[in-house]
Design a binder for this molecule. Structure first.
Ligand SMILES: Cc1cc2nc3c(=O)[nH]c(=O)nc-3n(C[C@H](O)[C@H](O)[C@H](O)COP(=O)(O)OP(=O)(O)OC[C@H]3O[C@@H](n4cnc5c(N)ncnc54)[C@H](O)[C@@H]3O)c2cc1C
Length: 356
């Protein structure tokens, strides 16, 4: 079926949804409150399933040309000892392709470029802050809320009680202009530090710390942690760091669709803490599943297509969000000895290796 659609929000979820809708023959307009697309953000992980979704949206090959593979990562203690290895090789073997990492600006640019090739150039209306999302229903066959953590579409058309809930941490994030082979996460007491590849010559980093921690506090909090963590925090310019709020949506929504014509995708539907690196992946999976369901259902079957989407994505996305929140609790616990003992039981620890 085809028709007219308005997508609220031009993040990963909104742009991917617009691409899928254009491919299925829909007329689409996107309302984005920002005056232009923000050119910031660090690395996104793309699981094999998210890559498959990108392939079906027609963007997979372009993404693979810019992304880097993520093949080796360990969990460490602050003094550099390895507690466990992430099972990236095993996952790659199973899926037949590696997990990838790509910077947010690249991914946004690639999605915008694909939209332009589908005749969708100019469909993004910038500076269009949607305040009355319920009123959009009168003007379009379909309304998609892809407007993130504080979704106006969710607030207007879905449960008023669901909203962003603090988890007690913020993440300072940045990109350092050197490479390291010490990828993975280092878990301390109430805080952790992550290092991943992002593009040749650079390293993506994030420091999850208690709320209220300023950029000026960071070097002191990690001064005696293993290299290259202190180096990153003392030698890179804090003007390039970003503070990213860590929140999740609570309570979970009973449905991602309503009124036979409104759907939520991405953070609007199931904002999660970034611990599993699934924010962008789940938004892409939502966008692809929603637009595939719309393409497969015949004329007049919009409510049925939305129901199919909800059935395919809601439980899965909410399970991922719950697992991410649980991992956040484990990683930031004060009971580090118990946590580290459990982590050592995970497969993949190269015994005896110390990186200090
Ligand atoms: C600028 C930015 C940088 C980010 N950087 C990172 C990062 O480095 N690492 C990471 O893991 N995650 C980052 N995220 C979050 C990550 O992009 C999302 O968790 C994930 O990609 C899901 O995307 P989404 O499209 O559902 O939501 P989002 O990416 O949050 O996109 C929502 C979009 O909707 C727009 N919007 C919101 N309300 C309205 C409204 N009322 N009317 C019109 N438009 C509206 C927003 O401006 C935004 O463009 C970032 C998000 C943003 C917006």
């Amino acid at each position: 079926m085809t028709g007219t659609a308005v997508v609220v929000g031009a993040g990963v979820g909104g742009l991917a949804t617009a691409i899928g809708l254009r491919r299925a023959g829909w007329q689409v307009s996107i309302r984005e409150r920002r005056a232009e697309l923000e050119r910031y953000g660090t690395a996104f992980a793309l699981t094999p399933a998210a890559q498959d979704a990108l392939d079906r949206l027609g963007v997979g090959a372009a993404v693979r040309r810019r992304a880097v593979p993520y093949r080796s990562a360990q969990i460490r203690t602050p003094d550099g000892r390895v507690l466990a290895g992430l099972p990236l090789e095993r996952l790659e073997k199973k899926a037949g392709k590696p997990e990838l990492l790509i910077s947010r600006p690249y991914l946004i640019d690639l999605l915008l470029a694909e939209l332009a090739t589908l005749g969708g150039a100019g469909v993004v209306e910038f500076g269009a802050n949607v305040t009355d999302a319920a009123a959009l229903q009168a003007g379009y066959d379909l309304v998609v809320g892809a407007d993130g953590l504080r979704s106006a579409v969710r607030a207007a058309c879905f449960s008023a009680s669901a909203g962003p809930t603090k988890v007690g941490s913020v993440a300072w994030i940045g990109i350092a202009d050197f490479e390291t082979d010490r990828h993975g996460e280092t878990w301390g007491k109430g805080r952790f530090f992550g290092l991943t590849p992002v593009e040749p010559g650079h390293t993506n980093w994030y420091a999850a710390v208690p709320e209220g921690t300023t950029a000026a506090d960071l070097p002191g909090l990690f001064a005696d942690w293993h290299d290259p963590i202190p180096h990153i925090l003392t030698k890179t310019d804090p003007a390039g760091w970003l503070c990213y709020e860590m929140r999740h949506l609570h309570p979970a929504l009973p449905t991602f669709v309503t009124a036979g014509k409104v759907a939520l995708v991405g953070d609007a539907a199931h904002a999660m803490t970034p611990n599993l690196g699934q924010g962008a992946c789940t938004a892409l999976l939502d966008a692809e599943a929603l637009t595939r369901a719309l393409a497969h259902h015949g004329p007049g079957a919009l409510p049925a297509a939305l129901h199919t989407y909800d059935r395919e994505r809601r439980r899965s996305a909410q399970r991922t969000a719950f697992a991410s929140r649980t991992l956040h609790r484990i990683v930031t616990t004060d009971h580090t000895r118990l946590r580290n003992t459990a982590a050592r039981l995970l497969p993949g620890r190269p015994d005896g290796i110390s990186y200090r």
